[in-house]
Design a protein around this ligand. Sequence first.
Ligand code: SF4
Length: 203
Amino acid sequence: MKLSQSFFNENLSYVTPSEIIEFLYCKRFIYYMKCLGISQNEEKRYKVQKGREIHEKKERENKDYLRKKLGAVHKEINVQLISEKYRIKGIVDEILTLEDGTMSPLDYKFAVYDERIFQTYLTQIVLYSLMIEEQFDKKVEKGYLVYCRNGNTVKEIEITEKEKNKVTDILIEYTEVINGIFPKATTSKARCIDCCYRNVCIK
Ligand code: SF4
């Protein structure tokens, strides 16, 4: 789908990477929450998990070893990002400036690396990349994920134009759903078992 900037300006209020991750988990979930305004009552569990993640991140913030290992000449921590063009906002754990002048987002994951990068993680890194390019007027060609529960394993991700286009397509679809298009249910029925919308969801 071809990107139209006026489409985003007219139809999308600011969306966060977390909301896009929920959208990828189940598009209909976002429809109930954002379009119909039915609250999800899951805040408590989310906060417990988030608290553990923040603790893990804080332990690493003052360490410089990662920046040196990746050949970065500068890093910024917990950077607030916003893109007027794509109507996205969020806070990235770190932004590295590399020796060649390009920039890279780096995100810590409270997870174990299991030989593949989840599509959700990839989408999140591409969203940060789009925001960094606009905000700092610098090219982003790669991003990094650090798996905290795996001895801080670092994985480099190539940020291609193809990946950026895929993410802008997701943003367009997200906008259509919050504007009232009823999406298909997730094909993974296991996700419905614990879902707070399972009693209202027509499948
Ligand atoms: S019940 Fe299943 S399909 Fe419906 S919103 Fe929840 S996860 Fe999505």
